[in-house]
Design a protein around this ligand. Sequence first.
Ligand SMILES: NC(=O)c1ccc[n+]([C@@H]2O[C@H](COP(=O)([O-])OP(=O)(O)OC[C@H]3O[C@@H](n4cnc5c(N)ncnc54)[C@H](OP(=O)(O)O)[C@@H]3O)[C@@H](O)[C@H]2O)c1
Length: 339
Amino acid sequence: MRILVTGADGQLGRELRRIADFIENGGDGKKSTFFRDPPPCFEGVDAKKVHFPEDTPSFLGGSRENFQNYEWLFTDFGALDVTDERAVAGFFNRERPDAVVNCAAFTDVDRAETEPTAAFRVNRDAPMFLARAAASHNATLLHISTDFVFSGTAQQPYTETDTPAPINIYGQSKLAGERAVIESCCRGAIVRTSWLYSPWGRNFVLSILKAAASRSEISVVADQHGCPTSATSLATAIARMLPTLIADTQPADIFHWCDAGVVSRADFAAEIIRQAGLPCQVTPLTSAQYQSVTGIKEAAERPKYSALDTKKTTSRFDLHPNPWQQELKKYITSLQYGC
Ligand SMILES: NC(=O)c1ccc[n+]([C@@H]2O[C@H](COP(=O)([O-])OP(=O)(O)OC[C@H]3O[C@@H](n4cnc5c(N)ncnc54)[C@H](OP(=O)(O)O)[C@@H]3O)[C@@H](O)[C@H]2O)c1
């Protein structure tokens, strides 16, 4: 099985690279290839030194054997620009992947407000090109989407059948991408996730850790609620979903995946700081107070509540999310191991 991963330099892409590395370390997976120039590297992070959560083998399905025949083809922006339809078609013709995990995205929510054309190009057009290529090669597409397709007015976690109504350009562009994948009739899945964090890139957890390391008090909004999700948990869930999806003949369906539990940004920040053992207090503020206290006005409006219901994913793939606090603990421990 040849699995193409796009956007392999992003948070999720790097976690999938760690999983491939983890499988190969046992010598029972096929060698993965990272198509990039300069040659493969983790840019200062030695994958073998990054602590992998102890329950990963069982979470991957009890054994590495499920992935013995997997050959991962990782591509970053330089190796495969997913907005280039001819490049996408050429890659499929040349490498003939059996499945593609699309981790490439325009994820800067505020910048999307001022650069909507670029956001739609990556978040709508690229999934359309990948889905068309997948459909014509009878390959499986696993496309990643977001909780930001929802308006945030709900009082309980959103299910896959709830009506999306994005309130910012990023959410609109991601919803357009979902629709393009569904219209292509390719096989696979659209996996919506939320509040993603990893040891790399820009994310809320790293921002809080950085701020709390140098200050005794930080202000954080308390009127946005959602489900924090470790990129490790999402990447392992994706790896677990792949064999089922590859074997399936149904057109792409939507699934939700996030770590279990709902929390406000302020309480999430307080737990990050508590687990990291930093001497810093969190002052919870409404978004309006935050703006007047800090002088920071975010360009994009955020949903007030964007928790995702994962029951459909659990029943289809037998995947059970861990409480977000537990995943956060594994993450903080992994950082303390020298990542
Ligand atoms: N981050 C979150 O909190 C969050 C929440 C919900 C859903 N999601 C979704 O989860 C998925 C993964 O997110 P992430 O946090 O891993 O994103 P990320 O860290 O921003 O990674 C996205 C990667 O895609 C690359 N990329 C951008 N344009 C590309 C192109 N034309 N061709 C190839 N690669 C391109 C980016 O490269 P550059 O860095 O060079 O642009 C980056 O390496 C995305 O679909 C995102 O929408 C994320």
